[in-house]
Design a protein around this ligand. Structure first.
Ligand SMILES: CC(C)(COP(=O)(O)OP(=O)(O)OC[C@H]1O[C@@H](n2cnc3c(N)ncnc32)[C@H](O)[C@@H]1OP(=O)(O)O)[C@@H](O)C(=O)NCCC(=O)NCCS
Length: 309
């Protein structure tokens, strides 16, 4: 068995790797689209090949022009393979060795996917293969969407939102709002790399996104006290909530509604047809804020990561 990353000449064969299970996948349209946009790159598509046949394929996603793959997007194994878990695990291990990293695996599923036998089975073997390649921890995130049928919030009456050109001001604000965060990724990353490096990486990742930097805001009380951040953003699929947070000393006053309202309103003013957002199922204050603001839970993102310990 040969394990390798792909090249342009593999494209026709890559397009014939079609997942027919109810999980998200790099289906032919998405593969072509994302290879064109740079979200996928051939050196981040890996295959297991025998006698010229692709028996397994794994596809990672990253920001176009970004320096690292950010998430595993799709695992496919040909139906003729008996040990699909073993082959997929070997493929992931080869790619991880080449990357010098084990990016998280993101699976997009319907709400209530565990009650759907086919979806649960499709997740189970992939999760087992990922675990054998060192991705052992699972976390679920709610996916929310706002569409124009939902209300457009009025401007906040108690907070002042100011643009800020200096990224360093956002790094400092990100550090403050990360304190005591209920968001798993923020907590893990801060524990591994330290609060400042984590804040810097987050700001730099938001900079890499196609959202308009001039929409980023710091939020203050009328007395000029920093309350939090509101970063409307966008990804390849369109407008996203991006990031928001409240500094610890101002939590518990519902300011989350003002920040989310500001982001929703700014996107709506620009004619957004859909605004998407994710939050961990454990981040209850954030999930409640989405529901109060008329966002609808339309999917679940299952994130499988290396062990935090
Ligand atoms: C999520 C967040 C924005 C909520 O802000 P908020 O304005 O305090 O939210 P609410 O006022 O609606 O809080 C509701 C309740 O949750 C509690 N709460 C809010 N954040 C909390 C936290 N991080 N840890 C524990 N409890 C929290 C509040 O104290 C309040 O409790 P109460 O009802 O007993 O008074 C804030 O916790 C935060 O900035 N977290 C870090 C960043 C983050 O997670 N951003 C979202 C990423 S998708």
């Amino acid at each position: 068995m040969l394990f390798r990353s792909t090249v342009e000449a593999d494209l026709d064969r890559l397009l014939r790797c079609v997942v027919d299970e109810p999980v998200s996948s790099a289906h032919p349209g998405r593969l072509l689209d994302h290879l064109r946009s740079g979200d996928y790159r051939h050196d981040r598509v890996w295959i297991a090949e025998q006698d010229g046949e692709i028996l397994a394929r794994a596809v990672w996603w990253g920001f176009p022009g970004g320096d690292r793959p950010l998430a595993l997007d799709c695992v496919y194994v040909h139906p003729s393979v008996r040990d699909r878990v073993g082959l997929a695990a070997d493929l992931l291990r080869h790619a991880h060795d080449a990357y010098g990293a084990r990016p998280d695996y993101h699976l997009f599923l319907a709400p209530g996917w565990r009650d759907d036998e086919e979806a649960a089975a499709a997740v189970a073997w992939r999760q087992e293969a990922a675990a054998r390649a060192g991705l052992t921890d699972a976390l679920e995130r709610h996916r929310y969407e706002w569409t124009p049928g939902a209300p457009v919030p009025a401007p906040s009456r108690r907070l002042v939102f100011r643009p800020e050109d200096d990224d360093e001001a956002f790094v400092r604000a990100f550090m403050r709002v990360a304190e005591g965060s209920l968001d798993d990724h923020t907590r893990r990353a801060a524990a591994v790399m330290g609060a400042e490096a984590q804040a810097r990486e987050d700001v730099s990742d938001y900079r890499s996104m196609p959202g308009d930097r001039s929409m980023w805001r710091l939020a203050y009380t009328e007395d000029g006290d920093l309350v939090g951040v509101a970063l409307p953003s966008a990804n390849g699929g369109g407008p996203v909530v991006g990031y928001l947070g409240v500094v610890p000393e101002h939590r518990g006053h519902g300011y989350v509604d003002d920040l989310l309202g500001e982001i929703t309103r700014r996107h709506a003013e620009r004619g957004a047809e859909r605004i998407v957002a994710d939050t961990d199922t454990g981040n209850v204050p954030m999930a409640r804020a989405f529901e109060r603001a008329g966002y609808r839970a339309f999917a679940v993102r299952l994130v499988i990561s290396p062990s935090a310990s």
